[in-house]
Design a protein around this ligand. Structure first.
Ligand code: URA
Length: 188
């Protein structure tokens, strides 16, 4: 198994799918790879493509506020990455062939991090990793065990920027995550 650094090298120079031709930087992910929680978004946007860092645009700022509100820090408590590591042009959804080419990198990240919890931000991640028919509005906040990892889908922060009314439900999901983390810490 590759180390995290070796995997990062591979991702940053990857040309395995057509997104490589239009990206500025591949975005590996960031945070603490010893964390108990892995957050997975959809794919880099413009700011992420330019900086090479995950969730640094408006959606990322909102995510930071939500994490902060439940006392979780990006640097210490989570690692965050995306289904695809390169920006889909114009922020379109990543296409199935792009996801299936890139997913091996995500699987390697999951093996290396071995998180207790995986939070899927939005439909693309939740449908790929939890259930192909996952409906975020109906199933958000439910924890489902898969291969020893507890998986939860919630709203993508970019969707919350478009539909601020859903922030209440999303915040509730973040509280559930925080409560579970505190419970499992207490039982260690
Ligand atoms: N949206 C995502 O899904 N990922 C990012 O890194 C930024 C915005």
């Amino acid at each position: 198994m590759a180390t995290m650094d070796q995997l990062k090298e591979k991702v940053l120079s990857c040309t395995a799918c057509k997104l490589a031709a239009t990206r500025t930087n591949a975005v590996f992910g960031g945070g603490n790879f010893h964390a108990r929680v892995l957050f997975i978004g959809e794919g880099p946007g413009q700011q992420e493509d330019l900086s090479g860092l995950p969730f640094v645009g408006r959606a990322g700022k909102l995510l930071d506020q939500m994490l902060d509100a439940v006392d979780l820090s990006r640097e210490k408590d989570i690692f965050i990455t995306n289904m695809v590591k390169c920006r889909p042009p114009g922020n379109r959804d990543p296409q199935p062939d792009e996801v299936s080419t890139c997913i091996e990198y995500l699987h390697e990240q999951i093996r290396l991090i071995a998180p207790q919890y995986i939070v899927c931000l939005g439909r693309v991640a939740a449908q790929s990793l939890i259930d192909p028919n996952f409906r975020v509005t109906k199933q958000h906040g439910q924890f489902i065990e898969k291969d020893g990892t507890l998986m939860m889908g919630t709203f993508h922060p970019a969707a919350l920027l478009r539909n601020p009314r859903q922030k209440v439900d999303a915040f509730d999901d973040f509280c559930k995550l925080r409560d579970r983390l505190l419970e499992s810490e207490a039982s260690l």
